[in-house]
Design a protein around this ligand. Sequence first.
Ligand code: NDP
Length: 376
Amino acid sequence: ACWSVCPRRHIGSSPSRLHGCMSAWVIDQYGTNGVLKYTEEVPVPTVSSPSEVMIKVHAASLNPLDTSMRGGYGAKLLKLRRDPMSVMDSDSEFPLILGRDVSGVVVDCGSEVTHVVPGDEVWAAVPPWKQGSLAEFVTLTEYEVSHKPKSLSHTEAASIPYVANTALSALVNAGGLCRDSSSNKRVLITGGSGGVGTFSIQLLKAWGAHVTVTCSQNAEGLVRGLGADEVVDYTAGDSLEQLEMMERFDVILDNVGGETEQWAMGLLKPWSGAKYVTLVTPLLLNTDSLGLLDGMFQAGFSLQCKAIQNIMSTGVFYRWGFYAPDGPALDEVSKLVDAGKILPVVEAQFPFTQVPQAFQKLENGHARGKTVVRVA
Ligand code: NDP
């Protein structure tokens, strides 16, 4: 639903605050960093259904999707997902709150919520069709929320949920891997030094897989420290030759896209159920440029053509991976974190007053883990 300017501006003690207004970074239009606006006049997102959980945000983190959404990426499909009736009218999706990760404390629960109670420390990945975490409060469904690892601060915890839900969805649902089936698997992760990559390396090592990573030369120490078995510097002239000399892979998780998929398919074991999963898909770009129906048709057609071509020629599966909200999956990640098997990789931290600077950091590229915003 769209939020208008707050009608009740009662900032004060916490009970009245739960029904008043909150501070947030919003956008009222798509564009560059200048569209990010700080306001204290956003209505607090109170619990409005029995399964909802309202969280006081302590920390949020940024993902490439935030800078893309700020510029209008995915606007058409996400608007439809937010409000299916909006396709028929011209209702605005603004003001939008960005920020896909939250670590915080539960302040209110719907009547059917059983998994968490007010006062619990939780973490979650906020779906892109919901109002985000660059705000004092966020409201999610119980299914999306999980208990935060006890061993992490909120700042550390906020670096994990969105990349964890994405990596798990890609590796498990699309890549066919799981905790009990990975010990004899060889996995290649392209773009291993970023948010998804640094999490995926650690998850796969916790599951016993053999992990090869591509990254820049100056990220080699980071990814080896997280457990990568083999590291290939993609900026060196002979990176493809190096990869071709290696034993073939069972799964490739592609965080880079573009030309990568042309050469990566040849690195998979033929006729043995091997899978290529890319996180860089044209679905939202297509719906933005061609409209909802034509865009989805074009994306589906291109996916099917590539899938058929690859399965017929070499017996490898070509798949697209997507973030999917999944609180129970985060419960499992929480256990791995508290067992010391997954570490947060926080590259940069910004106070809530410096959200535009945090976006700028992300836009400069060359991430080495995550950029976190301290909200409370
Ligand atoms: P990040 O920006 O955190 O990381 C990208 C990393 O890739 C950086 O460390 C960068 O470092 C490195 N890199 C860039 N070019 C190459 C290359 N050619 N070879 C190897 N490494 C390279 O992104 P995320 O990890 O958060 O996400 C990865 C991709 O997945 C993004 O494109 C993102 O939009 C997408 N994504 C898609 C989702 C979905 O639902 N489909 C969900 C989440 C993410 P350097 O440039 O210094 O080498």
